[in-house]
Design a protein around this ligand. Sequence first.
Ligand code: SF4
Length: 443
Amino acid sequence: MNDLEFRTTVLDPLSDSFCAAKWYNATIWLGSGMTTSCHHPPAHLVDKDKVGANPRLLHNTDQKKDDRRKMLTGERPAGCEYCWKIEDMGRDAISDRVYKSKIYPIHALKEAYETPVEQDVNLRTLEIAFDRTCQFACSYCNPAFSSTWVRDIRNNGAYKGLVSDGRNHFTHDHAAAQLYKFGERNPYVDAFFAWWESDLHRTLQELRITGGEPLMSGYTWKLIDWFKENQGKSTTRLAINSNLGTDVDVDRLLSSIDGMAIDLYTSNEAVGVQAEYIRDGLVWQDWVDNVERLLASKKFRGIHVMCTINALCLDTLDQLLECIMEWKSKHGRDAISFTLNILRFPSFQSPLVLPNTTRMIYRQRLITWLEHYHNSIFLHEHELNHVQRLVDYLDVVKTPHSEAFEMPKLLNDFKQFYTQYDTRRSKNFVKTFPALTDWYNTL
Ligand code: SF4
């Protein structure tokens, strides 16, 4: 069934705004006690005083129940604006409401529809972050997701002179992202493990652990140990995000996952010193070695490279893709894959801040890459589509998102940010990105 048929024959008869993600999917940040359904609606706080007695509250909040009530009658919850905007483009426009519902069996959608709204439901797909411990402080990340970023802000103060919408990422330590200190009991983490034992290990199709750097969190290892000690008890697919940096204990990972079907997601979008500049903490060769060790082990369902497409990665993105193609030709099409996720925030790091001529040079490199590989048996359809989508984006889209229309502010922040980033992190923009130096010096 194609996407449009699914919408018109399965979703729409339930209601014009029904989305199964509101029932079966969640992203939950246990460090801050925040939850959302898919990643589009703004996150909201779980009641810490009630979650101990009922761990299902990590997902079944009053707000989500209210949204479900609206969806049952065709009313549109405001937080799902991302989907309504797409659907309002025309009858055939396919929003994430379709993609995020289609992953569940049709009988599960009907069950959700018939469940009284006041009743709690069990999750089927979950992305969870235990804490923000991370040894990296990537340029496009911020203290909400990295303890190393927290140290930068606490030691050196706020980044100064930023005026665009991204400024607040870098002006404070985001204390609300980590409500409990290391070693302190966190009621949200306790609730997660209680729910895991009672229901989630049976109901979840997929559990994805994100961070921070999840392999630096004791809770991730606790969960991996659970799988080891309870072999055959759960069919949940485990997926782990890891930066695969120098300090990540790859030996421990490889020796802990026998008999488990794990997907590993890692981030990178450039090569060599440019990758190290963008992802502060990364040692390029160590990352390459770690990826190659995981591939050679054949212990993973797949390794997935997530590329966050920002202004600085385009100079060597094609080289990274080349590297992934080499790994594919050695280990097989499905052993390693990539996605290109276009950065929207902070807007001043978007590829759209680059001068037109430079952007077109980078665009042409991707076109050349596509021409070379478009018939390759090693590429997935989504990989081809992601490269094509970026080629189109670099040509057509003029602002990173609808509110970011003030280019002078974005250019101001680009220069302000990287000047301070160089000093704080002992880096050198001009030496690292010679192709951008003339333009950078005019900012
Ligand atoms: S309707 Fe769209 S925004 Fe809302 S939960 Fe579903 S996929 Fe997410």
